[in-house]
Design a protein around this ligand. Structure first.
Ligand code: CA
Ligand code: CA
Ligand code: CA
Ligand code: CA
Length: 478
């Protein structure tokens, strides 16, 4: 009689243990699913944030398109104070336009704004000599770049044509046609990624912590606290100036000035007397019906007025800057007709460098400027900035370069910009879902058109430390 209750106690104990194990298992399962659901939720939340950021990038592209469409003059980029470029809210998302500094770098903090494509050297028009002036560029690589785009198969000095590319593994052919993007440089013989990106691994124009720590973390850098930019920062394939006047008609060529058309333009701008004086100074034959003639033409700098008579030939001008110098116009006068004249008969002129936005490094590549005058040009430009309503002009360049150098540099310079880059970085809610895409806009047709888009999310965080700190604060204040 005593044995049975003992067995029952045993059984009860075993049942209790089993129940406890089952309960424990159920709790563990519940915890496991809860954890996994939390992960799932977090992942879904991040996906939502990424989608928000993508939407913000699309919104940013529309916004930039609107900003460009409402510019007060064609060929004039809006001043950075006239549009929003930093922490712009779109619903729960935010976007930034990553720009480039004019002047001093604030360590690690990017500049925000649009980037002018005419501030860079054009890969499709730059000569070997101009390319060679870029930092870390070798004569071999400069020659290989020109060989890549020129239609012939004659190797330029130490360049590279198909013969060399066929020996690579895998072999390919030299393109022998214009570059369509700057990234295409990767295919050019002798070009390394180090040269393309320099120390700026995330292409934001500033030194980030991994770009100033030597070889502690990629990329390799010299740790000197100064950003050595790669070629990508100085080159473009998009710069091309529209050859239309503000009224939509073709610009008037002053290459070999024609008395009639130029005369009409000058008369409309400055009146008959002043127009006559400018034409005379230019040595343009005057065949007025009242028989005043072109006698006494001075011919400008070293030019010849030619024998007096109705059909003298005026000296040709290689650029509108040379025309300006020869004409004896004042700076204010030249600005009034600068949009109306050209030396080209094409619809657009590729590769001109905007002297009002180009960096010292880019200006130094141009004939007539070089390292001797590039810094002085930038200093002069910074000193005269500030007037938002200004009409962009080239005329001031003569004061810095002198007439001879200005005439040499003239064919490569412009004061206008018809293409710009919007490098958009965006975040979704709570600063999550970082995305980045770069757009190039072309305004030659009037309404801005996107001619290039590239995703740059893979380059990682590019908004600098301040934005990251602000996000951290916002997150922990909630
Ligand atoms: Ca070639
Ligand atoms: Ca950087
Ligand atoms: Ca490093
Ligand atoms: Ca450095």
């Amino acid at each position: 009689m005593n044995v049975i209750p003992v067995r029952q106690d045993h059984r009860r104990g075993s049942v209790l243990i089993i129940v406890l194990w089952v309960a424990f298992g159920l709790v563990a399962l519940a915890l496991y699913f809860a954890q996994s659901m939390a992960f799932e939720l977090r992942a879904a939340d991040n996906r939502v944030a990424s989608l928000e950021a993508e939407q913000a990038i699309t919104a940013a592209a529309r916004y930039v398109s609107n900003v460009l469409a409402t510019a007060d003059l064609p060929g004039k980029l809006p001043d950075v104070t006239l549009y929003r470029q930093e922490a712009v809210a779109v619903g729960d998302a935010t976007f930034w336009l990553i720009g480039r500094f004019e002047g001093l770098l604030t360590e690690g903090q990017p500049a925000f704004g649009l980037v002018d494509e005419a501030s860079k050297l054009n890969l499709n028009t730059a000569t070997v000599e101009m390319l060679e002036m870029l930092p870390d560029m070798t004569p071999e690589l400069a020659a290989a770049i020109v060989d890549w785009r020129d239609t012939d198969s004659d190797t330029t000095d130490s360049g590279a044509e198909s013969e060399i590319y066929q020996r690579l593994n895998p072999p390919y052919r030299c393109k022998n046609a214009p570059f369509e993007s700057v990234d295409e440089l990767r295919l050019v013989y002798g070009l390394s990624l180090d040269l393309l990106y320099g120390e700026d691994a995330n292409l934001n124009g500033v030194l980030d912590p991994n770009e100033r720590d030597g070889d502690l973390s990629p990329p390799y850098d010299d740790g000197d606290g100064w950003l050595d930019s790669g070629l990508l920062d100085y080159l473009t394939v998009f710069s091309a100036e529209s050859n239309l006047r503000t009224n939509g008609e073709s610009r008037i060529s002053v290459s070999t000035p024609d008395q009639q058309t130029l005369g009409t333009l000058l008369e409309e701008a400055f009146g008959t007397d002043r127009a006559g004086a400018i034409l005379e100074r230019l040595g343009v034959a005057a065949t007025d019906p009242d028989g005043q003639g072109g006698q006494g033409g001075q011919g400008g700098q070293g030019g010849q007025g030619g024998p007096s008579g109705a059909q003298t030939t005026a000296p040709t001008n290689s650029s509108i800057l040379e025309f300006y110098i020869r004409s004896g116009m004042t700076e204010d006068e030249f600005v009034q007709i600068e949009y109306d004249i050209t030396v080209s008969t094409n619809d657009s002129v590729p590769g001109l460098v905007n002297v009002n936005t180009a960096s010292e490094t880019v200006l130094a590549c141009l004939p007539g400027i070089g390292t001797e005058f590039a810094a002085a040009l930038v200093a002069q430009r910074q000193a005269q900035q500030g007037d938002l309503a200004y009409t962009p002009s080239l005329a001031w360049v003569v004061d810095v370069l002198g007439e001879t150098n200005a005439i040499t540099a003239g064919p490569y310079l412009t004061a206008h910009s018809y293409q710009c880059t919007a490098d958009v970085a965006a975040l979704g809610h709570f600063g999550r879902g970082y995305q980045r895409a770069k757009f190039v806009f072309d305004t030659r047709q009037g309404s801005p058109r996107i001619c290039y888009r590239q995703d740059l999310t893979h380059l990682g965080w590019a908004l600098g430390r301040d934005v990251r700190d602000l996000l951290w604060l916002a997150k922990h204040m909630q």
